[in-house]
Design a protein around this ligand. Structure first.
Ligand code: GDP
Ligand code: MN
Length: 391
């Protein structure tokens, strides 16, 4: 679960990290009042969306006069914002954060993540702040410093010194101490809130020598949400793909992709193999959909409905290896969905496993037109053929 910048900053602020004063607005009427409450000029106007790279997309503006705050905020609020991370359609901006602008002396990058290769919480620090960290990693990897943390011992003060004392030119003692305190703080936040990411970019040293978080990103591990119930109220469903939200409701594992072949599969491994085979046949999957091992007829029906709601889909491939999920249950779910939604798209089915005969019979006896494939390779070829026939 991703948090908005203003929510993440609120968490950082409460832990003692310095953040700019700011006010969240959701309607145009609120804008004019803000310049009276928030110190400025300058003011910084920031779109609150889950995508990064807002600066590059015009979602972060600096204003020097109150009327500029109004123009900038009106320009952003209620519009769609396109950044390098959103895709060309962009995302809707429903909330804008207006903050006091600060004078930046230096910008750093600081984050906590889990490093998968060492399976350890890891602090990443870079003097090349304010830029996309992926670019820094590619172009000047020597500017990225890391400290792996032993979760038993926690974050140790010497690890902070390891990072901060590498800075060249060095920091004077007061900001260096603040920087190390911020490191200890974000480690504590990372662990206590079950985060998969805590990122501050830029972490600024202001002209007055104060360390301040100018941007913040926090992602909570979804698997820990059962014990982070207070955080659930920070969830913003508007930021999610509507089909992904619908899938979540029915406990279907659905991820939207860029192609036009809808796929429904049971088991994540089989789903990934199916994506590969679709690509090998020269087509592109529109989604990843794993209905799981114990899917009910209703879940299958919902799965098909979700695929059909995606207008880009030109053909559907159902690839089921019946184990715990029996082929007859699958077939009944597909037939029910077909009745409900009046499928006109080519439907390619590959069934194997438990109750496969019953499953095939149910499909045959229905009025559904579908193509049965004897194996996965043939299924993918049939799908690709359907697409090319349609042009
Ligand atoms: P992002 O592009 O989505 O990561 O948005 P950021 O919040 O990081 O803003 C982009 C850039 O705007 C930052 O890297 C800063 O350089 C700049 N910025 C943000 N807040 C301030 C501020 O208070 N003062 C100044 N001068 N620049 C700011
Ligand atoms: Mn940023």
């Amino acid at each position: 679960m991703k948090l908005h910048e203003y929510q993440a900053k609120d968490i950082l602020g409460k832990s003692g990290i310095r953040i700019p004063n700011g006010q969240l607005i959701t309607t145009a009427e609120q804008i004019t009042k803000v310049t009276k409450i928030i110190n400025g000029p300058p003011w910084v106007i920031k779109a609150q969306v889950h995508a990064g790279g807002r600066g590059k997309g015009g979602g972060v503006r600096v204003a020097h006069y109150p009327y500029e705050v109004v123009t900038a905020a009106e320009d952003i609020l209620g519009k769609r914002l396109v950044t390098p991370q959103t895709g060309k359609n962009g995302v809707a901006v429903n909330q804008v954060l207006i903050e006091e602008g600060v004078e930046i002396d230096r910008e750093y990058y600081l984050s906590m993540i889990v490093d998968r290769s060492t399976a350890k919480p890891t602090m990443i620090f870079s003097p090349a702040g304010g830029m996309e960290i992926e670019e820094v990693a590619q172009e000047s990897p020597e500017l990225i410093l890391k400290q792996h943390v032993d979760p038993e011992a926690g974050w140790m003060p010497y690890q902070g010194r390891n990072l901060v004392y590498k800075l060249d030119p060095p920091l004077s003692p007061a900001p260096a101490r603040q920087l190390m305190a911020v490191m200890a703080n974000i480690y504590r936040i990372f662990v206590t809130l079950d985060c998969s990411l805590v990122e501050i970019n830029p972490l600024a040293i202001t002209k007055e020598g104060k360390v301040m978080a100018l941007d913040a990103k926090i992602t909570i591990d979804d698997n820990a949400l059962f014990r982070q119930k207070e955080l659930l109220q920070l969830d913003d469903p508007k930021e999610k793909d509507p089909l992904e939200s619908m899938a979540e409701k029915y406990r279907l594992n659905y991820i939207r992709l860029d192609g036009n072949i809808g796929a429904m599969v049971n088991g994540a491994g089989l789903a990934m193999a199916t994506m590969d085979v679709i690509k090998l046949a020269g087509a592109e999957p529109a989604n990843f959909l794993d209905v799981g091992g114990g899917a009910s007829e209703e879940m299958i029906t919902k799965g098909v409905e979700i695929i059909l709601k995606d207008r880009r889909v030109k053909a559907i491939l159902i690839n089921i290896f019946g184990g715990i999920l029996r082929c007859d249950v699958l077939a009944r779910g597909v037939v029910a969905a077909a009745k409900k939604t009046n499928i006109r798209l080519p439907l390619i089915v590959r069934l194997e496993g438990t109750n496969v005969k019953e499953g095939r019979k149910i499909l045959r006896d229905s009025e559904l037109k579908f193509l049965v494939a004897k194996d996965l390779a043939e299924a993918a070829e049939l799908v690709a053929k359907q697409i090319s026939r349609k042009g």
